[in-house]
Design a protein around this ligand. Structure first.
Ligand code: CMC
Length: 427
């Protein structure tokens, strides 16, 4: 028997089949079943891809049992506490952290690329009043491909980097415009004197002319602690290996479509409440539960196999331990509670849910721990971010991951069009 192979036996025919084993640098190795059909005449079936690796990647590593997450080998806690979101973007795109000069140049370029083409601004007017910003954002991102059509044929490193920096820079502006249109407020253009994260808060909050809200005590300026908190949140969302939206981006990339259309598809995939949309649903659910007295009733509903109700912000396909991003956000909540107004009623309900769930047999047996979305909503609310913008915030952070994965896909000459098969059970 050859080393690094995996043998399968068909119990009906007694035939043996051998497959190569692909070694990872960390985490489980994989059985290369690409010749499975040609060898056996059968397909493999893996509902929801629970046991399938769809690509080889050097970008992000997750150990779901330990609750570990690393971008380009660097642990998420280190990035979140010692580095900015733009440094993290640079790391993901360039495989290393920038030096001071490189960071300054990168930051400056992102600021200058944050403006939108005037014609794209007019597109927003076509959407109905009250449109959910995620729907508008996905459409506007697809529309961006009409302005940068030449990105379809990029095949060199400089082109990839420019295309990536452009979408990272414009996503906060697209998201802010989507929001302002949804409430009928005039657009606020990015201010290139403000940093990436500050600019987003500015575009959401400012009045025409650039003034912030005036209260009796004076102008309500953006606080440093708010900018730092948002920046950390973007870093925590920057990439998460082959999740549903990233898999969507790679699938669209595999057909040769435009990179911004692939990102637009990723945004659509992220919107669902099983994925990024959970952050909006968590707060809606906490509001629905209403008070700590009602928590037991909803925990019972979540455990009832005949009730479709699920606790939003709990469970994860990969983490069978505390989501490390959730741990960091929980710490951030504690840090912010004295400086910003965190909704104490919602936090009390959330703490009770967390406390019960972490000690309840149902949740323990299924390894259901709080995920990133369980804690992000309370912080977003304290930052004055409207609920409909929670998932667009996830989009802004994840854009870097999506575009980095898109580039990695394009550079990998072995990648094929994503085309699974089926088990036909019809007529
Ligand atoms: N509340 C109650 N029960 C749950 C929950 C939950 N939130 N999540 C999973 N379960 C149960 C589920 O009913 C099943 O029980 P049983 O074995 O008795 O049938 C078991 O746990 C396994 O669930 P699953 O649906 O097979 O697990 P999955 O890996 O396919 O789904 C998930 C993962 C995240 C979609 C799911 O846990 C869920 O729907 N969570 C709530 C939504 C949420 O918070 N999503 C955000 C994920 S983190 C952000 C991101 O990266 O997208």
């Amino acid at each position: 028997m050859k080393e690094n192979t995996f043998t399968m036996i068909d119990n009906q025919t007694g035939k043996r089949y051998e497959f190569d084993v692909i070694q990872s640098t960390r985490g489980p190795s994989a059985i290369d079943i690409s010749s499975f059909y040609s060898q056996t005449g059968k397909f493999t079936y893996d509902n929801g891809f629970t046991s399938t690796a769809s690509c080889k990647s050097e970008i992000t590593f997750i150990d779901g049992l330990k609750g570990e997450l690393r971008y380009r080998g660097i642990e998420i806690g280190e990035l979140a506490t010692k580095h900015s979101y733009l440094e993290t973007c640079y790391l993901l795109l360039n495989e290393r952290l920038p030096n001071k000069q490189e960071l300054a140049e990168f930051d400056l370029e992102i600021r200058h690329r944050s403006l939108l083409h005037e014609s794209l601004r007019h597109l927003f007017q076509a959407f109905p009043a009250g449109a959910h910003p995620m729907a508008t954002l996905s459409s506007a991102t697809a529309a961006l491909s009409t302005f940068y059509y030449d990105h379809l044929n990029i095949a060199d490193e400089d082109g990839y980097q420019e295309m990536a920096r452009r979408i990272i820079a414009k996503m906060p502006t697209l998201a802010a415009f989507a929001y302002r249109h949804s409430i009928g407020a005039p657009f606020i253009h990015p201010d290139i004197e403000r940093s990436f994260s500050e600019n987003f808060l500015y575009m959401i909050r400012a009045y025409p002319g650039g003034t912030m809200r005036i209260e009796l005590e004076g102008e309500k300026k953006i606080k440093d602690i708010e900018i730092e908190a948002l920046d950390t949140i973007f870093t925590l969302h920057a990439d998460h290996e082959q999740n549903a939206s990233t898999t969507t981006v790679r699938s669209v990339a595999s057909t040769g479509a435009h990179p911004y259309v692939a990102i637009s598809s990723g945004i659509s995939a992220l919107w669902g409440r099983a994925h990024g949309g959970a952050n909006e649903s968590v707060i809606a659910q906490l509001e629905m539960i209403g008070s700590v007295e009602n928590v037991d009733k909803y925990i019972a509903k979540a455990k009832d196999p005949n009730d479709p109700f699920r606790l939003m912000g709990f469970g994860h396909r990969v983490y069978k331990n505390f989501d490390p991003r959730a741990k960091i956000l929980k710490g951030l909540q504690d840090q912010l509670k004295d400086e910003l107004q965190l909704d104490s009623r919602l936090m009390e309900i959330a703490h009770k849910i967390e406390d019960i769930a972490l000690h309840d047999e149902y949740f323990i047996k299924r390894n259901l721990y709080p995920n990133i979305d369980f804690y992000s909503g309370v912080i977003f609310t304290a930052l004055g971010i409207p609920r409909s913008m929670f998932t667009p915030l996830f989009v802004i952070g994840r854009t870097t991951g999506w575009i980095t994965q898109w580039i990695e896909f394009k550079k990998d000459r072995t990648m094929k069009i994503a085309r699974p098969r089926q088990i036909y059970i019809g007529e």
